[in-house]
Design a protein around this ligand. Sequence first.
Ligand SMILES: O=c1nc[nH]c2c1ncn2[C@H]1C[C@H](O)[C@@H](COP(=O)(O)OP(=O)(O)OP(=O)(O)O)O1
Ligand SMILES: [Mg+2]
Length: 203
Amino acid sequence: MTSTPLILASGNAGKLREFHQLLAPLGFDVMPQAEYDVPDVEETGLTFVENALLKAREASRVSGLPALADDSGLEVDALHGAPGIYSARFAGEPKSDARNNARLLEALVEVPEGQRSGRYWCVLVYLRHAEDPVPLIVQRSWEGEILAHPRGVGGFGYDSLFWLPEQAMSVAELPAEEKNRLSHRGRALQALVEALGGAHEPR
Ligand SMILES: O=c1nc[nH]c2c1ncn2[C@H]1C[C@H](O)[C@@H](COP(=O)(O)OP(=O)(O)OP(=O)(O)O)O1
Ligand SMILES: [Mg+2]
């Protein structure tokens, strides 16, 4: 069986690792957009969906291949939904997980345990080609609480501050396979692959 190559429209090493772990066993021939010199697009949308569409469209346009983009972020209730679509740039440019985490802790310093609920969102967009008028779109969330101090060294982004009450661990303490099974991204991708059903041929 020859699988259609698929461009992953992301420059985030943590996401790319998770996509690879999830898609390689399913026989997808996945390539990071850097292999096609796809530039990072400006994420000018006001929603995860819009930003994911911008990223997928650019990657597909430059590579001439089907593309999958992920726009994701953290929504914190005590911060009225911030950092949301601005999660990657929460502490300004250049993007830095360490500075984003420091800014999050700072913003929540007065917020007591029990009022630190939030969730990760992941929106996936799959385009068969750059002008695909029927993008396949899936969104999933993952509930948790924001810790007052980091725990664990796995994952990426805000994972060392994201507490899972049911697992009694931070995401950064969770084994990678467990994160992929439970996460916003892992579950969105499972749904997307089901929706694809192998029938999405490029045209
Ligand atoms: O599982 C996750 N574990 C921890 N943090 C996460 C996760 N999922 C998203 N996040 C955070 C990281 C980043 O601060 C933002 C995504 O921003 P987002 O624009 O989608 O990604 P990005 O700019 O890092 O790479 P790219 O746009 O090239 O895919 O949300
Ligand atoms: Mg981004």
